[in-house]
Design a protein around this ligand. Structure first.
Ligand SMILES: Cc1cc2nc3c(=O)[nH]c(=O)nc-3n(C[C@H](O)[C@H](O)[C@H](O)COP(=O)(O)OP(=O)(O)OC[C@H]3O[C@@H](n4cnc5c(N)ncnc54)[C@H](O)[C@@H]3O)c2cc1C
Length: 272
């Protein structure tokens, strides 16, 4: 079998072809999803969903996080199913932006969130702005602070724990004046604040899409590829590598690694 290939270079016939077109991320680079059409035309299928991965998330217009644009702080972001089951969590630097949230932890969880949402509409993300603290430990710490420094404002409690802008925004969102004496806080107000700090449900309305996403989740299923050579199981002589395959990794160079490693195997195999 031979492949007939045409392009700006003219036409050529080849016995072996490597499809290395990438996914749909950053379409201005040329990786606009056209490779998927080529793969399908050669007999391959595609995963049911092809979604942005390592992508910042957009929050509701009214969410206070959007007013903290530029603020970076460590946080734990957790994905829960519609039934409340903890699915996965990442603790890392989180960036508040004018549209929502970004940063390594958010990018890492984005592919899990977006793929889970495909089958579980109730799935949601929760933020703990004080990683390491639980609802119980933070509430106990505030009670102890109020006992020892009752006349000090809550802002003082958070001074070593959170950036001031975040502390003020969390208190205000919980309906609390951060300047009020800690010992005048009602139990209800305290628990509202603690819930917001340690277990804030993020009002995610969308993602920044393929024009911003670093990676594409989904693609040609791996079961259609011989992984020892990267040759197609459905179209002999065709090899696939990199992001066109259904592989995506977390932050840390894993996507480059996959592209280079699978490209090396495909190249060596096709040439042998
Ligand atoms: C902004 C950004 C930052 C990233 N940062 C990291 C990082 O820090 N670490 C990491 O591991 N990964 C990172 N990635 C992901 C990584 O770049 C990709 O996973 C990797 O480049 C995929 O390699 P690939 O060769 O499969 O596809 P690509 O790098 O997308 O290359 C595909 C090439 O094929 C060309 N092409 C597409 N269709 C056709 C066609 N029909 N005809 C001819 N040519 C075509 C495209 O123009 C492109 O040059 C980042 C991605 C982006 C967008």
């Amino acid at each position: 079998m031979a492949f007939q290939i045409s392009g700006p270079f003219g036409e050529l016939v080849a016995r072996k072809v490597i499809l290395a077109t990438g996914g749909r991320s950053l379409p201005k680079s040329g990786s606009d999803g056209h490779g998927y059409q080529l793969a399908r035309s050669l007999g391959h299928s595609l995963t049911a969903a092809i979604l942005p991965a390592l992508v910042p998330l957009v929050l509701d217009d009214a969410c206070f996080i959007r007013s903290l644009s530029g603020l970076t702080l460590p946080a734990t972001i957790e994905l829960r199913s519609g039934t409340g089951k903890r699915l996965i969590a990442f603790t890392n630097s989180t960036l508040c932006t004018h549209f929502g949230i970004s940063g390594p932890g958010v990018l890492d969880i984005s592919r899990h969130y977006l793929t889970t949402k495909q089958t579980d509409a109730g799935a949601a993300l929760f933020m703990n702005w004080l990683p390491g603290e639980t609802f119980e430990s933070l509430e106990a710490a505030i009670i102890e602070f109020a006992r020892r420094h009752g006349t000090s404002g809550l802002a003082k409690f958070f001074i070593d724990r959170l950036p001031q802008r975040m502390a003020v925004a969390l208190c205000t969102t919980a309906g609390i004046n951060p300047a009020i004496p800690a010992n005048s806080l009602t139990r209800e107000a305290r628990r509202t604040l603690v819930g917001l700090v340690t277990n804030m449900r993020l009002p995610v309305t969308g993602d920044r899409g393929f024009t911003v996403a670093e990676v594409t989740a989904g693609g040609v299923p791996l079961k259609e590829i011989r992984l020892d050579t990267m040759e197609s199981r459905v179209c002999p002589g065709l090899f696939l590598c990199g992001e066109i395959c259904d592989v995506d990794g977390r932050i840390g160079g894993y996507n480059f690694q996959w592209a280079w490693s699978s490209g090396h195997v495909a190249g060596v195999s096709a040439a042998s």
